[in-house]
Design a protein around this ligand. Structure first.
Ligand code: ATP
Length: 325
């Protein structure tokens, strides 16, 4: 039977910071493409794989057993060379060598800028939001966010146990280079006294006063969550201790938040988005970013997606402040 698909060969890559659920997305892309009669290649280490010809054919077995694994089986990287015109032309030449007409790019904003450049050179690219920070405006949800938040929350629960036993204050820095969403949600979920994010002004004197008041009323331990992009959680911790006299310890959770087996939510979102990306390419549609809005899968022009702004949930932050003790 004649193959009526507009696109016959596609590639898939993961780029920027790794995120749990990227593997589930790769798996969905590969299996969906094969199911639709396409040939599919895995590009290693993000755009570096296109520049260094590090590409391999994928079949059903290539992605077997990866849905439960964190990280990315395709590896990921950041490439300075790809940001140059010469780099994009080299990447395009590699795509042509393998007959790649379409490419699924799983990553963050930077990776989507690269995908837009490659789309402008005739390679149809579809971006999937893969970043733990949930800082991509066109989507309510990014692949990896739920797993990272659950990891951070579990670690905070453990810190809470020890700070409770010692009548301490724990200042915990969580990830979020571009936004304070992880801090906000894990702060709420772990019952933090205070959540410090870039999106909402904070006042250490007021926080210290609140801690003293609550201490006088019997509270013995405190959690203060700080978003990574605030940048000086050790200093904040020192000042809190100086202002309150309450023994305080800073903990930077760091990269541990990026690892681990993805949650149900991340695996399902990655699978739905991966499948959708292939459906777009199948129709010859590129230069799009796939997202999720109100529980539905949607897609946007890459430039439009990059120009959007994501609202901060000020109401949730207010609730956290109102019920904190
Ligand atoms: P994360 O949110 O995890 O940092 P990201 O995709 O935003 O993910 P970046 O390092 O910003 O991570 O981008 C990944 C890669 O995408 C870069 O190494 C580069 O090759 C490419 N890239 C980034 N910005 C651009 C740009 N403005 N133009 C073209 N390519 C870009």
């Amino acid at each position: 039977m004649e193959n009526t698909f507009m696109i016959k060969t596609i590639g898939v890559l993961t780029s920027g910071g790794d995120a749990p659920g990227m593997n589930a997305a790769v798996r969905a892309v590969v299996r969906a493409a094969l199911k639709k009669g396409m040939t599919v290649y895995g590009v290693k280490r993000g755009y570096c794989g296109l520049l260094e010809d590090d590409i391999e054919p994928m079949d059903e077995m290539s992605v077997a057993g990866i849905i439960s694994r964190g990280g990315t089986m395709l590896y990921t990287a950041r490439s300075a060379e790809f940001r140059t015109e010469q780099g994009v032309l080299k990447a395009k030449a590699t795509c042509e060598k393998y007959g790649l007409e379409g490419l699924v790019v799983i990553g963050g904003d930077g990776s989507f800028r690269g995908a837009a450049d490659l789309s402008a050179h005739g390679i149809l690219c579809v971006g999937l939001p893969g970043t733990i920070d949930n800082d991509i405006a066109c989507t309510d949800y990014t692949i990896g966010y739920d797993t990272a938040m659950n990891t951070a929350m579990e670690l905070m629960d453990k810190l809470s146990d020890t700070s409770q036993s010692h009548y301490r204050c724990s200042v915990v820095e969580v990830m979020g280079r571009g936004a304070g969403y992880i801090a906000l949600n894990t702060g709420v979920a772990s019952g933090a006294l205070e959540i410090i994010t870039k999106e909402k002004p904070y006042d250490l004197d007021k926080i210290a006063k609140k801690m003293m008041e609550f201490k006088a009323r019997g509270k013995q331990n405190f959690i203060i969550v700080v978003a990574e992009n605030i940048g000086h959680s050790e200093e904040i911790c020192k000042l809190i201790q100086e202002k309150t006299g309450i023994e305080s310890r800073a903990t930077i959770l760091g990269h541990v938040q990026r690892g681990g087996s993805p949650t149900v939510r991340d695996r399902v979102a990655a699978t739905e988005m991966g499948y959708y990306a292939v459906e777009l390419l199948e129709q010859g549609i590129g230069n799009r970013v796939v997202g999720m809005q109100g529980g539905k899968i949607v897609d946007f022009d890459i430039q439009e997606a990059l120009s959007m702004e994501k609202p901060y949930d000020g109401k949730l932050h207010q609730i956290a402040e109102d019920i904190a003790f």
